[in-house]
Design a protein around this ligand. Sequence first.
Ligand code: ATP
Ligand code: MG
Length: 554
Amino acid sequence: MEINEEVGKERLNFLEEIITKAVEEGKEIQTRFPPEPNGYLHIGHAKSICLNFGLAKRFCGKCNLRFDDTNPSKEDTEYVDSIKEDIKWLGFEWALERYASDYFEQLYDWAVELIKKGKAYVDDQTQEEIRQNRGTISVPGTPSPWRDRSVEENLDLFERMRAGEFEDGAKVLRAKIDMAHPNMLFRDPIMYRIMHTHHHRTGDKWCIYPMYDYAHGQSDSIEHISHSICTLEFDVHRPLYDWFIQELGIFPSHQYEFARLNLTYTVMSKRKLLKLVQDGIVMGWDDPRMPTICALRRKGYTPAAVRAFAEKVGVSKRDNFIDLGLLEFCVREDLNKVAERRMAVIDPIKVTIRNYEEGRTEMFECVNNPEDESAGKRMVPFGREIYISRNDFMENPPKKYYRLSPGSEVRLRYAYLIKCEEVIKDAEGNVVELICSYDPESGNGGSSDGRRVKGVIHWVSAADAVEAEIRLFNNLFTKEDPNNLPEGMDWMELINPESMVVTKAYMEPSLADAPVGVPYQFERVGYFCKDKDSTPEKPVFNRTVELKSSFVIK
Ligand code: ATP
Ligand code: MG
């Protein structure tokens, strides 16, 4: 049995078990990821991508990218391009890039074959009539008056549908199965509808387009997909998927379903995401509060973190909710390994070091990443005036407070010990400046008399600081499950007014040249990356994720 051990792990999920068996039977493993190019991919799609590409990789098979472009009214090449970019960013390569529209001719020929077998017919009923005559679970459907057209007439009408003789909605092609079938999808499902709509790839060549149920399985079959993996809601479609393949006698692809990913505090419906964009609730599809892959990228999430998340979530046969905290946990875990450290102060207080010469600058050597020696070191300037974080100072501290307070001493990370000697306040009593002294012999982690100081705080030299806009992102929704609403409430009412808080920071000068999108750990603060909205005069940084959280992995 051929298995790529590099991506192996101890326990198999149910799909891996199924595929292991197939491999043992000597089958080639071929999967596909089948997005409809009608929107941007989100974290749910990322789960599906990791699964389909991951399984192919693990079992030495292949995974195709197939655009399910059968509904031209909503689709566009803009989405095709973004989807390709997102898959590549996640670190996957497709074997073949295909489009359902590549198969329109073949699908048409197969439809003709089914007509000839007496298994399909042209129906002149309106959409509404078709719906009404379908019956209900308990009431059988009523056969269409056009159900028993002759093969010749059906062939002629279907050809004329293709030729553009009829208006949208005037006719459809339906499979002739069973109008009393307990599975409603078997009550003569529609295979083709007339749509005089320009297609982003086939242009005006076609004015009839296949329905999902007729296109999907046959496209899988053409590509010899061994395992067609989709989300649970398609399980009722599986018998119909099999029916078309059997009637046509073509390569037997099989469909397998897993539970879709749901995340707390998140909506994933394309309709809702579009509304957030159109109503200006967010800055666009890639607003870091969105669950789209381009947003995660902009926010500073790494592909490795998203893949690790998909792996941890696993695959299940039952719908469930995943804690957004798990995704953040995976991001933090990866960034702790790969992100370089920098110093930046949000909500600063100025500190003047009384006994440090005016105009003097020293450079201190700082470690870029304690988890990765190869990341090297950098020099950070220090001077008489620095900024420290307001929450590293307390005027009346409790016992065991190790940061700065009047009369106490603290270590400035990589630099000196300082002692707070005077607190300067404004007319309202707010602390505006601290006057400190420093121990000139404490520069290398030591001190003049060997005394030890517990607290270590970060700082930025005021003369060299770069000011940045900081965007702090919080959950976009105030409720864990914004899809499950109390009566009469609109999901838009659940938007968190504090989902983005804009503030500013003073940063060490090396951050001025930070590349867009590369996350850094601002020591003791969190992970941040430069945003594309930055200008040379005003850098903007996004908070990728907080440094700590109460989330525990179970
Ligand atoms: P639509 O509402 O337009 O059908 P969709 O989210 O199903 O949107 P598709 O482009 O059809 O989008 O999805 C491509 C693939 O991604 C499908 O195989 C689908 O099952 C899978 N997928 C979509 N959402 C999720 C999710 N939340 N979790 C796991 N897989 C998903
Ligand atoms: Mg879909």
